[in-house]
Design a protein around this ligand. Sequence first.
Ligand code: NAP
Length: 241
Amino acid sequence: MSLKDQHIVIVGGSSGIGFAVASGAVAQGARVTIASSHADKVAAAADRLGPNAGGLTMNVTDPADVERAFSGIAAFDHLVFTAGDWGGPRRGAVKDLDLDAARTMFNVRFWGALAVVKAAQSRIAAGGSITLTNGMIAHRPRAGASVSSAMAGAVEHLARGLAVELAPVRVNCVCPGYIRTEVWDSIPAESREAQLKSFTEGQPLPRVGEPEEVAAAYLFLMTSGYTTGQVIKVDGGMGIM
Ligand SMILES: NC(=O)c1ccc[n+]([C@@H]2O[C@H](COP(=O)([O-])OP(=O)(O)OC[C@H]3O[C@@H](n4cnc5c(N)ncnc54)[C@H](OP(=O)(O)O)[C@@H]3O)[C@@H](O)[C@H]2O)c1
């Protein structure tokens, strides 16, 4: 199975991992539509990807907006969901947790993914695929991050359930470790490398991953016609330590 002339919609494709998936797919001859909530980011990223890329503005926390955005796409082959947000005071000991803030942890990455799948699934070609995204916090919990672990685990199980329900469309999940994307720009530049090194130094591959390295897993899952209901960890070996 090849991605040549396939149409791929990448929600979260204006940045980071999603942008690397879009770039890798275009390099393999696909046509991509990237989507995210900021029109200026979408336009700039689509421009960088070149003539085989288009853009859509969509806020995945608003189901009506998601439906509106997909109503403009009749049919396509593969859906990739990499949208994620990072704001908000959602971490801390469970005894101090603000439950309303904790609930918001699920808004983009879980409920957003579900809203996108709901709106998109009837437009995906048989033999096409959906690839969701979680994170290694699902498998390597940390004190103060129980809600993150639960959210990431929920995404993984959503993929497994959808793989049964939506077959023959295949549904899988990629589980990244620490990947060098725009998300880490919030760490001051002078201490960023040292921090990323400290996060990863116990791993068999003691470095942060590059977006292209994790994008390879999404490209594999789109083209591997007999793979469904799976989770691929791209984590430098973090999960075996
Ligand atoms: N980078 C890592 O180390 C790492 C590790 C583990 C897991 N992950 C997971 O991988 C996914 C991608 O991460 P990344 O590093 O590529 O992040 P990123 O560079 O910040 O990209 C996130 C993307 O999501 C979009 N987005 C955010 N809120 C949205 C909304 N409400 N509606 C639509 N789009 C929205 C952003 O664009 P707009 O701002 O325009 O909306 C952007 O395109 C996330 O789920 C993250 O949890 C990343």
